[in-house]
Design a protein around this ligand. Structure first.
Ligand SMILES: *[C@@H]1O[C@H](CO)[C@@H](O)[C@H](O)[C@H]1NC(C)=O
Ligand SMILES: *[C@@H]1O[C@H](CO)[C@@H](O)[C@H](O)[C@H]1NC(C)=O
Length: 265
């Protein structure tokens, strides 16, 4: 699923922000140093082909995006009504491409995750908070993932690489820019992720990891209906890793399985 090249940097707008730049991110001012030889492409041999319209996701838990005044810097993506019974949903921290605070571009993709049993928080521009949290769903706190696209993938990697509270890290269309940080890949404690070929080859032996590639260019299929093939792949991967769903595992690995990602590539 990781498209061919993975090129965006954190926008370090103020000195205060750059003081807390996540470890794998770079300053925007250095971006051209890394992109000059392989400029990012927004198209590939397989551009998004499906129509783009907003749904509630294809899974059993229809989802909207919600701005909750108790979380002034985040958007919550959760089921419309908390699932009944004892269902515990999985939790995903999502970081947007370009490290932006507007996650609307990913709306279809994130809604698809939620409809299959996940609650998501994503960055948004800070606004005044009023307090008083809402109950969205029961959360299984053993099943938390840190994920993101492009610059957001670097934020997700920075957040998760030493943090064993996450069960899963999923990185979309991203590579570590600076060779002098690449040794840190050896310190990764979790991955099950989706990152670029060069970094994938450097992962510690024995670290469970999954690499997928679809040549869509850097913008992926996030904005198409239900997140297109990226949505399908991400959900299958989450169902396999979080729930041990063998149908989803086969979708990820077996070219002969119905709906196989391998055959659909
Ligand atoms: C929820 O779990 C409790 C304890 O395991 C059980 O007694 C109860 O019947 C369950 N409720 C539902 C709706 O599944
Ligand atoms: C397992 O995954 C398949 C394919 O995504 C889905 O149709 C099915 O509902 C999942 N099963 C469970 C128990 O979640």
């Amino acid at each position: 699923m990781a498209a061919k090249l993975l090129l965006l940097a954190r926008f370090s707008l103020t000195s205060a922000q750059s003081a807390t730049t996540p470890i794998f991110c770079i300053a925007l001012s250095s971006l051209s140093t890394y992109t000059i030889q392989s400029p990012p492409s927004n198209t590939g041999a397989e551009p998004p082909r499906t129509a783009s319209f907003i749904t509630s996701g294809s899974g059993p838990y229809p989802a909207p995006m919600i701005a909750d005044s108790s979380l002034p810097s985040h958007i919550i993506c959760a089921p419309k009504t908390p699932p009944g019974g004892n269902l515990s949903m999985r939790f995903i921290a999502w970081a947007n491409g370009a490290c932006q605070t507007d996650g609307n571009y990913y709306r279809n993709f994130l809604t698809e995750f939620v409809s299959w049993g996940h609650v998501i928080s994503a960055d948004r521009a800070p606004s005044a908070g009023a307090g008083g949290a809402t109950n969205y769903a029961n959360i299984d706190t053993a099943k938390i993932a840190t994920t993101g696209h492009s610059c957001g993938g670097l934020e997700a990697m920075s957040t998760g690489y030493h943090n064993t509270r996450f069960m899963l890290m999923m990185l979309f269309d991203i590579a570590i820019f600076t060779d002098d940080k690449r040794y840190l890949l050896k310190e990764l404690k979790l991955l099950h992720g989706l990152l670029c070929e060069k970094d994938y080859a450097l992962l510690p032996t024995g670290l469970p990891a999954y690499w997928a590639s679809l040549d869509t260019g850097h913008q992926g299929t996030y904005s198409t209906t239900n997140g297109g093939k990226f949505g399908k792949a991400a959900v299958a991967h989450l169902q396999w890793q979080f729930s041990g769903n063998t149908t989803s595992k086969a979708i990820c690995q077996d070219a002969k399985a119905p709906e196989s990602l391998v055959a659909d590539n």
